[in-house]
Design a protein around this ligand. Structure first.
Ligand SMILES: [Zn+2]
Length: 323
């Protein structure tokens, strides 16, 4: 697995980017350091990966610096399951993230899906392909300790860090971290770079609105939840994608096409070239359809993953197009 060093974005502001490989679970993390204080933004998926991140973070911050505060952008495991490596830390999240945490798959469920499913079937193959690199054994899921709604202001040494609630969007409880003096926004999974996103809460209009809020903060750099750093121009491109996808969902829903069929059509016509993990369209379109149908029931995550796995399986086994 490509594990990179911490990249300095601005004075005292770092991003840890474990790599962009068109795969699940390799989330970016952040570190803010000022005058002996720190703020960590999200933790990696597993304790082992978290130790790699924290070793780099401690080297950047200095040996005597305390790591006692973490801002968690949302409840997905790939952003929170490393928290046990920072025992006693104050963990900030939105109140909706705390409430949402119990709906997330558990580490032992993921371990089971990755190890004990049939690799000859799409779901078992897909989980091994994308989650087989992670060891979820022994992870204790820790809840946030300090929750808020709307906005929470922190000071890290001399640096203001403002947590803005922007969910529901990617999940029900998303937040972004704005560092106004450094002109950096950590966007969590509101923003994916390089791959199709998988938005679980939606609707897409809310994700797009969250991106517009980020642009209104006038940042120089945006750190997405996954993938390389973005400029505001890059983020504009992502907003255009979200808005187009919402239009396509509306159109195909009106034509009576199921969400999974709509995903297959968009993939076949190569509407969004260059983005990895196109099978995730089945997830995000299913989310959008739930809103169009005013269906407020909790989504069946395993069924959504199964849809995505089947599409990926088909794409992997179909012969390449003739030049
Ligand atoms: Zn993520």
């Amino acid at each position: 697995m490509a594990t990179t060093d911490l990249k300095q974005i601005a004075s005292g502001v770092f991003a840890w980017q474990p790599g962009h490989e068109a795969t699940w679970g390799l989330a970016n993390c952040g570190l803010v350091v000022s005058r002996g204080q720190t703020l960590v933004i999200d933790t990696p998926y597993t304790p082992a990966l978290t130790d790699t991140f924290l070793n780099a973070a401690r080297a950047a911050a200095g040996a005597d610096t305390a790591f006692d505060r973490v801002a968690v952008t949302h409840a997905n495991g790939d952003h929170t399951w490393g928290l046990q490596q920072l025992p006693g830390a104050e963990v900030f999240a939105t109140h909706a993230t705390l409430e949402h945490q119990c709906l997330e798959p558990r580490p032992d469920q993921l371990q089971d899906l990755t190890r004990n499913t049939d690799p000859g079937q799409p779901l078992g193959w897909y989980f091994r392909e994308h989650f087989g690199r992670f060891d979820f054994a022994g992870i204790e899921v820790l809840p946030p300790t300090t929750t808020f709604t709307a906005r929470h202001d922190l000071t890290v040494g001399q640096v203001p860090a403002i947590l803005h609630e922007v969910g529901p969007a990617h999940t029900v409880g998303d937040l972004i971290v704005h560092l106004p003096e450094s002109s950096v926004v950590f966007a969590g999974d509101i923003v994916f770079a390089g791959d199709h996103p998988s938005h679980w809460a939606g609707p897409l209009e809310r994700v797009s609105a969250a991106c517009t809020r980020i642009l209104d903060l006038d940042p120089e750099w945006i750190v997405p939840g996954h993938g390389p750093l973005m400029t505001p121009d890059d983020l504009q491109g992502y907003v255009a994608y979200l808005d187009d996808l919402a239009d396509q969902a509306y159109l195909m829903h009106g034509q009576g096409r199921p969400a999974v069929e709509a995903a297959r059509i968009l993939i076949k016509e190569n509407r969004y070239p260059g983005l990895g993990l196109p099978e995730r369209l089945a997830i995000t379109l299913s989310t959008e359809y739930r809103h169009l149908e005013q269906d407020s029931a909790a989504p069946d995550l395993l069924q959504l993953m199964n849809h995505a796995a089947r599409i990926a399986w088909e794409l992997a086994s179909s012969p390449p197009l003739a030049p």
